[in-house]
Ligand binder design. Structure first.
Ligand SMILES: NC(=O)c1ccc[n+]([C@@H]2O[C@H](COP(=O)([O-])OP(=O)(O)OC[C@H]3O[C@@H](n4cnc5c(N)ncnc54)[C@H](OP(=O)(O)O)[C@@H]3O)[C@@H](O)[C@H]2O)c1
Length: 293
């Protein structure tokens, strides 16, 4: 429990709520020590009712009372939010950002405040099953690092890295990762429907196959290479061998490798403030996607 510490959540959206819920669930702080700040009174009222947290329509008002200020606004709102917060953060307070693509340098120069943690969570954080990679500026104390471990731990697993460049790598691998998994699952479900399964049954088969495979891999006392598990289900001349042949022939492994690398490059580019897309990357959404996962 962080006694006598106030935590402000600037950007009370899906991830902000996941963090509020996680912090309360883990008993890290009393609801009254949490302040949600955002522009919409209706949303704030929702959070106040659901969790008993305090709320503020002005970000600066919430930050001025906080020992930890969590930034969870969308990347395209960040510049304005940093400007609005400048001067209101307490001198020793920790700023913990989960904003995709926002570098420590950017936050530091926006706030004129040196105590910063940059992190990259992923979507399963919303049910406490995420994984968050984080790094800290040199001014973050050991006590604040421990606080960070606990706050991010409320979203699932957390991994500290010394170098900020790993944050761009994490963005491409674990941050964006759920989308790759969902696409893979969607393709499996569609293949099942193509075979003749009702969609509901195909979805159940695929979801439990993925869940069970992950547990089979992770819940072992003896770590094992993934290729060994794959070989276990690959009989000579059998169905798996045939399916794997076609996956490899279609460049499955290379496609994933290329996609992850492209996401990594895009993360670096967005971190530099780049907005242009290559035709292959363009979703046609212009600035709205800048800095987003
Ligand atoms: N979702 C994920 O899985 C995920 C994973 C990794 C990182 N992230 C990062 O987490 C951040 C939040 O993502 P999200 O999915 O939680 O987005 P979200 O649900 O859209 O939440 C953003 C929140 O910010 C509020 N907001 C807008 N303008 C604001 C302002 N000027 N001051 C304070 N709050 C403001 C929004 O309020 P209104 O709704 O009233 O406009 C909304 O509540 C993003 O930077 C994203 O890159 C998200």
């Amino acid at each position: 429990m962080f006694t006598n510490l106030n935590i402000a959540f600037v950007g009370p959206g899906a991830m902000g709520e996941a963090m509020i819920a996680g912090v309360i669930r883990k008993g890290l702080a009393e609801p009254a020590a949490l302040i949600a700040a955002g522009p919409r009174a209706e949303r704030l009222e929702q959070l106040r009712e659901a969790y008993g947290v305090r709320v503020a329509l002005e970000n600066a008002e919430a930050a001025a009372q906080a020992d930890v200020v969590i930034l969870s606004v969308k990347p395209q709102r960040l510049d304005k939010v940093l400007l609005g917060l400048r001067g209101s953060i307490r001198p020793g307070a920790l700023v913990l950002s989960i904003v995709a693509g926002a570098s420590i340098k950017k936050i530091l120069s926006g706030l004129h405040h040196p105590i910063i943690v940059r992190s990259m969570p992923n979507t399963p954080a919303q049910i406490g099953e995420g994984i968050t990679v984080w790094t800290a500026s040199p001014d973050v104390s050991e006590e604040q690092r421990e606080m960070t471990r606990q706050i991010l731990g409320a979203l699932g697993e957390q991994v500290f890295v010394e170098e900020e460049t790993y944050l761009d790598m994490a963005t491409a691998l674990s941050g964006t990762g759920p989308a790759y998994v969902f696409l893979f699952m969607e393709a499996m479900v569609d293949a099942g429907v193509h075979l003749g399964f009702p969609r509901r049954i195909a979805e159940q088969l695929v979801a439990q196959t993925v869940r069970g495979s992950v547990d089979y891999y992770t819940r072992r006392d003896d770590p094992v290479h993934l290729a060994r598990l794959r070989n276990e289900v690959t009989s000579p001349g059998g169905t798996t061998a045939t399916a794997l042949y076609y996956l490899e022939k279609a460049g499955f492994r290379t496609a994933i490798s290329r996609a992850v690398w492209a996401a990594y490059e895009r993360s670096i580019e967005l971190g530099r403030g780049g907005k242009s897309h290559s035709p292959e990357q363009s979703g046609g959404e212009g600035d709205e996607v800048a800095g987003c996962l």
